[in-house]
Unconditional design. Structure first.
Length: 188
């Protein structure tokens, strides 16, 4: 396989005809994973990448979404799923860089209280080793037929930053780049 460290991990739910139609293979800095077997398929591919010694600076999850949810086929990941299926399984080893960004491109993934919970759980699970930021959108998104990327034309961007090993609060919450928590309580 040669090089094992990549700038971007692109994870696509190819059970959706739209995502499958617009998904693109990456270049030498991007490793693309197309998931068509639901959550167990995603776990299997993540475990394989760990066994191969792969690491990534950033990741983008291109799936359908809703308030606090991303979909892989007919299965879905919510905050609780991050903790029950992914947390403690070593997937954070894929992201050893302290400035890692996880982008969830699905529609409305970060909307409402469920959106904050989803981003927090993803950050705690996948960024547990070195920290970083989980990012999602409160709006509907549209797949660009030109670039294959999902575009969000309105709504807010929400980010949850996880800082491992920090005394006290190890989470910071941002909306459109502005901090929205008081250092103790998560925004509602």
């Amino acid at each position: 396989m040669g090089r094992k460290s990549y700038r971007l991990l692109s994870i696509n739910d190819v059970m959706s005809w739209r995502t499958r139609l617009f998904s693109r293979e990456g270049n030498e800095d991007t490793y693309t994973v197309n998931v068509d077997e639901g959550i167990d398929g995603l776990c299997s591919k993540l475990s394989w990448m760990i066994n191969e010694g792969m690491t990534f600076q950033n990741a983008v999850f291109t799936t359908h979404g809703n308030r606090g949810v991303i979909f892989f086929g007919h299965e879905y990941i919510v905050a609780e799923t991050w903790y029950t299926k992914f947390h403690g399984s070593g997937y954070a080893r894929l992201f050893p860089f302290k400035d890692t960004k996880l982008y969830f491109a699905g529609c409305r993934v970060a909307d409402s209280e469920q959106g904050w919970s989803f981003l927090e759980a993803a950050a705690r699970t996948l960024l547990a080793t070195s920290g970083g930021v989980a990012i999602g959108f409160t709006s509907l998104g549209f797949g660009s037929p030109f670039s294959g990327h999902v575009r969000h034309l309105w709504g807010d961007t929400r980010q949850v930053m996880f800082i491992p090993g920090r005394d006290g609060a190890n989470l910071l919450f941002f909306e459109n780049g502005n901090r929205v928590d008081d250092g103790v309580n998560r925004p509602s």
